[in-house]
Design a protein around this ligand. Structure first.
Ligand code: PEP
Ligand code: MN
Length: 360
């Protein structure tokens, strides 16, 4: 439920309400707005007799949160959340583009990719060191060696890094090197992993499970927020349907539905979502048009020889093309691709016109 404080409620009133809620067994999450403060109170509402709170000084009303997810919901927090990965904002006015190989294979491959994506305007380097493969015989990743390469190359090129953690036992290790932890589609409902990744102190990129409903996905995000970590970025990456023409069915409706129901940023991964590099470009444009806060794109300097997901990986030249094609789409929906340094507010009309001229 949400305890809405009266406009201008005093700090000590807010504190008293929070203390009382904690006494009643609730976890509290105050959100200080410009006009009003609200306190999210998460717990068993049977424990509450409304009088215990409603009569406290400064309280305006108590509103139940109707959705099963609470902390991630728009009901609790109306304004979109901006999350920073190594200083790069995700969820603000600018789009955040994460790119890199499916798997880290060696330092040369990673460095070539990182330099290329940086030159094309990407903001974050991605790459898997622990790979969740369908076959136990497929390349499983370089593990800690791969993490070290990511950290070195990220530093050298000047890009924060995001990489997947597949096992609770590796959370601490991955968090030592990564700027953000990725939870993959296959682990979206690994609740222990969600909690441990949540507690690791780094932002979490939570991919949608390949057979998960949007509500289940948001409930998984709720686990991470409930572990004390508000920094969750959602990533739509395609779901299983009867369709076989593409590897998965990229559900762009999810972008809109998530944005309606949650304040968390949502990005799209058209690489896994389609499984075919030729489809990545149009679906990347469509994702931005639908309102995504960013993209996750697989890029490999030699896709034909990639150890993992070559058919969906873009050659750096095509990634560069994609970035060029995105610019006007971003502008058309009031966003921009500027090297995020790092704009969070909308540009002035004059600056918007200049950006538009540049994009023509
Ligand atoms: C990945 O990003 O490389 C990956 C394995 O993605 P997903 O979990 O979406 O399949
Ligand atoms: Mn992949």
């Amino acid at each position: 439920m949400i305890v809405v404080m009266k406009p201008g409620a005093k700090k000590e009133d807010i504190l008293k309400v929070s203390e009382r809620l904690v006494e009643l067994g609730f976890k509290t999450h105050p959100i200080y707005g410009q006009e009003k403060t609200v306190i999210g109170a998460i717990g068993d509402k049977k424990a509450l007799s409304a009088e215990a709170i409603i009569n406290l000084p400064g309280v305006e009303k108590i509103v139940p949160i109707m959705k099963p997810y609470k902390l991630v919901s728009r009901e609790l927090k109306e304004t979109p959340t901006i999350i920073r990965i190594g200083g790069v904002p995700v969820g603000g006015h600018g789009l955040c583009i994460m790119a890199g190989p499916c798997a880290v294979e060696n330092e040369e491959q990673l460095l070539l990719t990182a330099q290329a994506i940086k030159a094309s305007g990407a903001h974050i380097l991605r790459g898997g060191a622990f790979k969740p493969r369908t076959s136990p015989y497929a390349f499983q990743g370089l593990e800690e060696e791969g993490l070290k390469m990511l950290a070195r190359v990220g530093e050298q090129v000047g890009l924060p890094i995001v990489t997947e953690v597949v096992d609770t036992r590796d959370v601490e290790l991955v968090a030592e090197y990564a700027d953000a932890l990725q939870i993959g589609a296959r682990n979206m409902q690994n609740f222990r992993l969600l909690r441990e990744a949540g507690a690791a102190g780094k932002p979490v990129l939570l991919k949608r499970g390949l057979a998960a409903t949007i509500e289940e996905w948001l409930m998984s995000a709720e686990y991470i927020l409930d572990s004390g970590n508000p920094n969750v970025i959602l990533c739509e990456r395609g779901i299983r349907t009867f369709e076989t023409a593409t590897r998965f069915t990229l559900d762009l409706t999810a972008v809109v539905v998530v944005k309606e129901n949650s304040h968390l940023p949502v990005i799209v991964d058209p690489s896994h979502g389609t499984g075919n590099w030729r489809l990545v470009l149009p679906m990347a444009r469509a994702s931005v048009a639908a309102g995504a806060d960013g993209l996750l794109i697989e890029v490999h300097p030699d896709p034909a020889r990639a150890l993992c997901d070559g058919p969906q990986s873009l050659h750096p030249e095509n990634f560069d093309r994609l970035m060029g094609e995105l610019s006007p789409v971003a502008l058309a929906v009031g966003r921009d691709l500027a090297p995020a340094s790092f704009r969070e507010t909308a540009p002035s009309p004059g600056e918007a016109a200049r950006l538009k001229r540049e994009a023509m």
